[in-house]
Design a binder for this molecule. Structure first.
Ligand code: Z5A
Length: 208
């Protein structure tokens, strides 16, 4: 059996990543593919503990650089203990956020230097990079509206300003323009059925 595929789902809050991940898993399973759904930060017991630490609203300040390092610490656990072994077994991974989220949130949103993010990416997962990234793009106001309608309390990053999420969206679009072969931009402001169709076409192309 060959190596599996790593597919990452990205976008601002409320873009539909979780909804599409569940849908795409079902579509792949219908075609006989072994699929694992996971998320970042998190995905393994220890990485989920880092997620809780990095997203909780506490007293102690968390600098943008500290936040970046915590994201990559969680990512290394995730890669070592879940993603790489699953890929080697031939499984496909649908991962709700990965390093593009660090580029967008910590780099675009918080202004962390690209050089730091890229050197950490190279050190943490030199051999585990996405085969395909789906970027679910939509206006910030619509994403925040959907997220607000769905969930309870905001986490530490989710309570950031509209200007912050505009910078995040802009950086995501820059990443997509820089790597068109890997990153497929999907208009997530469309009705859900249209978003599902566009995402499914991109993912199923990996089967051939
Ligand atoms: N973060 C970071 O800063 N740096 C990093 O490196 C990483 C992460 C990895 C947790 O992420 C936080 O971590 C996140 C970024 C940061 N903070 N923020 N913001 P998360 O992925 O766990 O949380 P999230 O971004 O807040 O995800 P979300 O709000 O759950 O969004 P979603 O998964 O993209 O959306 P959804 O739950 O699938 O859909 C939202 C609602 O919209 C739901 O009711 C759907 O039914 C509805 N929906 C979805 N699509 C449609 C369409 N097309 N039409 C109508 N309604 C729709």
């Amino acid at each position: 059996m060959g190596r599996g595929r790593l597919i990452t789902l990205e976008g601002i809050e409320g873009a539909g990543k979780s909804t599409l991940a569940t849908y795409l898993r079902a579509q792949l399973e219908l075609r006989g593919v072994a699929v694992r759904l996971t998320r970042e930060p998190g995905g393994t017991p220890l990485a989920e503990r880092i997620r809780a630490l990095v997203l909780e609203r506490g007293e102690e300040p968390v600098s943008a650089e500290a936040e970046t390092l915590l994201m990559f610490a969680a990512r290394r656990l995730h890669v070592d203990n879940l993603i790489r072994p699953a890929l080697e077994r031939g499984e496909w991974i649908l991962c709700d956020r990965y390093t593009d989220a660090t580029r967008a949130y910590q780099g675009g949103g918080r202004g962390v230097a690209d050089s730091l993010i890229e050197s950490l990416a190279t050190a943490v997962h030199p051999d585990v990079n996405p085969d395909l990234t789906l970027l679910f793009d939509l206006p910030v106001a619509l994403g925040l509206e959907r997220a607000a309608a769905r969930r309870g309390a905001k986490d530490r990053i989710g309570e950031e300003s509209v200007a912050f999420f505009e910078r995040v969206r802009t950086r995501y679009l820059e990443v997509a323009r820089a790597e068109p072969a890997r990153v497929r931009c999907v208009d997530a402001s469309q009705p859900l059925d249209a978003v599902k169709a566009a995402a499914s076409t991109a993912v199923m192309a990996l089967l051939s």
